[in-house]
Write a protein that binds this ligand. Sequence first.
Ligand SMILES: Nc1nc2c(ncn2[C@@H]2O[C@H](COP(=O)(O)OP(=O)(O)O)[C@@H](O)[C@H]2O)c(=O)[nH]1
Ligand SMILES: [Mg+2]
Ligand SMILES: [Zn+2]
Length: 285
Amino acid sequence: MHLVVGKQKTRYVVEVLDEKIVMQAATDFIRQKTAIYVGDFVDVDLASRQIIHLYPRLNFLIRPPVANLDLVLVVMSLVEPEFSLLLVEKFLAYAQFANVRPVLILTKKDKVTNAETIQAVSTLLDRLHITYFIISKYQQSDLAPIKTLINGKKTTLMGQTGVGKSTLINSLYPDFTRQVGDFSFHLGRGKHTTKEIIMLKTREGYIVDTPGFSSFELPMIKSELAENYPGFTPYLGKCYFNDCIHVNEHGCAVKTAVMAGLISHDSYDNYVKISQELNHKREDY
Ligand SMILES: Nc1nc2c(ncn2[C@@H]2O[C@H](COP(=O)(O)OP(=O)(O)O)[C@@H](O)[C@H]2O)c(=O)[nH]1
Ligand SMILES: [Mg+2]
Ligand SMILES: [Zn+2]
């Protein structure tokens, strides 16, 4: 059993003992349109350099496409690009839905001139009941708790382009720059471009740098959003209707929590907006 640590178009990089070997998927996979992700465990045929078996997954994310994760670091900048609670909540809902624990990292603290901005953001995030860190690439001490958190875990980063995902990985593991080079050499290319997904080995775990994206359509239906929205967990199962999606139903515990200020209006408005974009049933999409 070997780990897939890289993917670029139809080529995979598989870790075999301490070597990284570029391989193709066996024709069966291509015929059956079975996707192989970074993070997958596979069996290989070394002679033909083919992946011949895929093991069942613990979990996986479609965006970014990575399997068997212990943790996803949702990365969002406070400025440039502008902080978006809606995007944060989308990512968090998706991670929870996919059974991967999310932790939020807010970057570019040094670029925020107004201390009240950080206070306002913190007030919103506190009501989501998640772990979050506010960091700057210039402050090494901000990184220590993140390093402790991800130690021994398989972690991926998720977030828009330009929020500081690669910068974070480079600050956490300065000696990775060379590894990125090695990887690209194996693929016969000059340098790491944003199209590749690369899983880097840390002391006891792995971390995946992924290309960012500008928009993100949730692969979920309304009821799944209702069950996985950040900050809603304490109120689930307490609505009058057990299939409540917390929009127009009466006796809704989520709406009561909004009235009581336990869920922010911003957060709830985002929820309604995202819910409107989703279908009721799986077959619809
Ligand atoms: N001022 C400041 N700039 C940052 C910080 N983190 C990242 N950046 C900058 O933001 C830009 C995008 O970073 P990058 O890591 O490439 O983002 P990615 O697309 O998410 O991988 C680069 O110019 C970084 O130097 C930070 O904490 N503070
Ligand atoms: Mg990057
Ligand atoms: Zn409800």
